[in-house]
Design a protein around this ligand. Structure first.
Ligand code: ATP
Length: 289
């Protein structure tokens, strides 16, 4: 559905994005993660044709964004950078105004979308009376009006209260499960991303640190031993990486082999248990140090 090929961008000689390649499959909810300044907005901007890459290209439904932007973006919707609305107009008038700029959308389509985002009851009220959550729903409605196959959501839950966050999460899942949309989202709320996305990309200082299903990443274990000095010599020989009490095993090595080698090396092992990974711990391991 989406393919980013070696996307690079520098601003005033400073690399914001360094040869980013990744693919997003149809029907996926894919998470783009990174600290402030990691390059997420630059990536979104390139996918929407707002930012021209120095090198590389983005392809959506097989069409190049740099070579054929209208076709690449034909079935794409987005909430990107703080969406702005006219406060004195109603939600409905704002959407009509948007539609008048971007192409015909039927009244029925508008009503369907408003039902989907749960904004029918307040749609005739002026936007200045809307809560932040309602503005986010209006922004989502705007993104959905052209009946997209793929939507980009930049921080869709930013500033929402817990109930708003939950409602946004349920809407995103419904868009994928009931409407077959492919969704790319960025968020700093890792517990949210954890509930929505299997596959994530982690950007750090413009470079891709990880891309894939974080739940499938190599298992790690917690160990308790009587002497870490001796244990470290054994672990190093096995190419096992230790961080405090938890260890990451190289491919093909089982935890039983590690325990066996430690015992043979004269180390007493008093506890072995799987390390329960969260997306937050997975993310921090790849972006710190
Ligand atoms: N228009 C611009 N002009 C100059 N520098 C820019 C511009 N846009 C982004 N940058 C720089 O590029 C780098 C990546 O920024 P980007 O906005 O893509 O990060 P981000 O991951 O979206 O961060 P955030 O989470 O804060 O939105 C930063 O160093 C930023 O200062």
């Amino acid at each position: 559905m989406v393919r980013l090929e070696r996307l690079s961008k520098s601003w005033r000689g400073r690399k914001a994005l360094d040869s980013l390649s990744l693919e997003i499959a149809k029907g996926e909810i894919f998470g783009l993660l990174g600290h402030n300044g990691a390059g997420k907005s630059t990536t979104f901007g390139m996918m929407l044709g707002h930012v021209h890459p120095d090198e590389g290209d983005a392809f959506i439904a097989g069409h190049s964004v740099t070579q054929d932007r209208p076709r690449a973006l034909e079935k794409v919707g987005a909430i990107f950078e703080t969406p702005s609305f006219y406060d004195y107009m109603s939600g409905w008038q704002n959407l009509r105004f948007f539609v008048s700029l971007s192409g015909a959308v039927s009244r029925e389509r508008m009503q369907d979308v408003l039902r989907l985002v749960g904004l029918e009851k307040r749609i005739n009220d002026p936007v200045r009376t809307y809560s932040h959550g309602m503005r986010q729903r209006l922004a989502l409605a705007q993104a959905l009006l052209p009946d997209p196959d793929f939507i980009l959501l930049d921080e869709p839950t930013e500033g929402l209260d817990p109930q708003g966050i939950r409602e946004m999460r349920e809407m995103i899942l419904r868009l994928r499960d009931e409407h077959g949309l492919t969704i790319l989202l960025s968020s700093h709320l890792l517990s949210e991303v954890e509930q929505l996305c299997d596959r994530v990309a982690i950007l750090h200082q413009g470079r891709l640190m990880y891309c894939g299903n974080w739940r499938d990443a190599r298992p790690e274990w917690e160990l308790e031993v009587d002497a870490w000095d001796a244990a470290d010599r054994v672990l190093a020989a096995l190419k096992v990486v230790r961080t405090d009490s938890h260890v990451a095993l190289p491919d093909g090595l089982e935890i039983a082999d590690v325990v066996d080698a430690l015992v043979r090396g004269g180390v007493r092992v008093s506890r072995v248990q799987p390390f329960e990974r969260t997306l937050e711990s997975f993310y921090l391991e790849r972006t710190t140090g």
